[in-house]
Write a protein that binds this ligand. Structure first.
Ligand SMILES: Cc1cc2nc3c(=O)[nH]c(=O)nc-3n(C[C@H](O)[C@H](O)[C@H](O)COP(=O)(O)O)c2cc1C
Length: 372
């Protein structure tokens, strides 16, 4: 065989092997629409109950851990509980974010119940963030019609890229923050507070990504392959992290926790943060008067009420919580931005041209309802 023939045959083999690898590989993101419930008929859930709990579960949560369990006492009578196996000790050692996320879940639940014709009676059970039982919920049929649109709950999502630099219009900030305006602070992208939050978000991210406990916890919640995504239906996927195209394919097929712990991955993540922070219309902060469990639930509900209004104004929101999670940066926050109340959320906000559909995963209802 002459050299030219050998090279062309060798080249063809590489193409065949590469082509086969590609065909056998995980070529697409696994997204929310790909999840099929397991229709566990052993659960006594009525169709309305299942729909309400599904809509409630579309709430956001840190690392998409979905830290809620619903203890089913009898039809329309549940206890919303804290799932300790979903805590994030490295970035949320006091379970502040866990309770905020459960608050968002409760707000969705209340709206979803209202859409289906039920009013909710809630009784607070938790005395602190670590208590297992958070709230008792009793739903009663009501004749009061609510014109809230299910679509707002189904289409809400965290958006991380594609932000325009145009500051949010005053009337849009007012629309989003509505009756809760005393708890919101908006810093437009021409303010000095905005610059401080940008710089410190990058620095807090740098600190966090090189803190092994935090990076390892993050890696544990990354569902790098579609197989893992399908199995767990939670965490952060290539789709939800917006790692698209060829880079997404490479991550899904060839990356492991070891890569996430590597210097290159951490630095690339940091570059992404710099890019994100460099483009927004401003920062929206949510504060509270104290840190009690009931206040955190209220604050989570407040977050969710605001988020459900964002899409209709083409406003994207991206929680970036690292300043709050890294003590050194958190301790400087209030004084630097001139706010006396406790900051519970730091949200990057901006207009986007094309609002993407939600992709983050949710565990089917059957997996978070426990019959008592
Ligand atoms: C308390 C809390 C903290 C969060 N912190 C961050 C964060 O620091 N960075 C980030 O990219 N997303 C953050 N998120 C967004 C979640 O990752 C997101 O809600 C989750 O992955 C589900 O995706 P979805 O909001 O599109 O449904 C946070 C959400 C909550 C409720």
């Amino acid at each position: 065989m002459n050299r030219r023939k050998f090279l062309s045959l060798a080249g063809a083999s590489v193409v065949v092997v590469a082509g086969t690898t590609y065909l056998l590989s995980d070529r697409q993101h696994f997204v929310r629409d790909d999840i099929k419930g397991n229709n566990n008929n052993k659960l006594p859930l009525k169709p309305d109950e299942k729909e309400i709990l599904y809509l409630a579960s579309l709430a956001p949560s840190g690392h998409n851990t979905q830290p809620w369990i619903v203890k089913y006492l009898e039809p329309y009578h549940w206890i919303i509980s804290n799932d300790k196996t979903k805590w994030l000790p490295a970035v949320d050692p006091t379970q502040r974010e866990t309770i905020l996320s459960i608050g968002a879940f409760i707000q969705n639940l209340e709206y979803a119940a209202a859409i289906l014709g039920y009013s909710c009676e809630f009784s607070l059970l938790a005395l602190n963030n670590q208590d297992e039982d958070i709230i008792e919920a009793k739903l009663k049929k009501t004749t009061n019609k609510v014109s809230f649109d299910t679509k707002a709950i189904k289409l809400r999502r965290t958006v991380r890229s594609g932000y325009m630099k145009e500051p949010l219009k005053k009337e849009h900030v007012a629309f989003l923050t509505g009756h809760d305006k005393d708890y919101f602070h908006f810093f437009s992208n021409n303010s000095k507070e905005y610059c401080w939050l940008n710089e410190q978000t990058i620095e807090a991210n740098r600190q966090q990504t090189f803190r092994d406990a935090a990076q390892s916890e993050l890696a544990d919640w990354m569902r790098l392959s579609s197989k893992e995504a399908k199995k767990y239906c939670d965490g952060l996927t290539t789709a939800s992290m917006e790692i698209n195209g060829m880079p997404g394919w490479v991550v899904r097929n060839f990356y492991s926790k070891k890569d996430v712990m590597g210097k290159k991955f951490r630095e690339q993540g940091l570059d992404k943060v710099k890019e994100q922070v460099g483009s927004s219309g401003g920062w929206l902060l949510i504060t509270s008067k104290d840190n009690s469990a009931s206040t955190l639930i209220e604050t989570g509900k407040r977050l969710q009420r605001m988020l459900l209004k964002t899409r209709e104004k083409s406003i994207a929101i991206h929680p970036m919580t690292q300043i709050l999670e890294e003590a050194e940066y958190r301790n400087e926050l209030n004084q630097s931005i001139g706010i006396s109340n406790t900051v519970q959320f730091i949200l990057r906000a901006g207009y986007v041209k094309n609002y993407p559909d939600p992709v983050s995963l949710r565990r089917p209802v059957e997996r978070f309802v426990k019959i008592q």
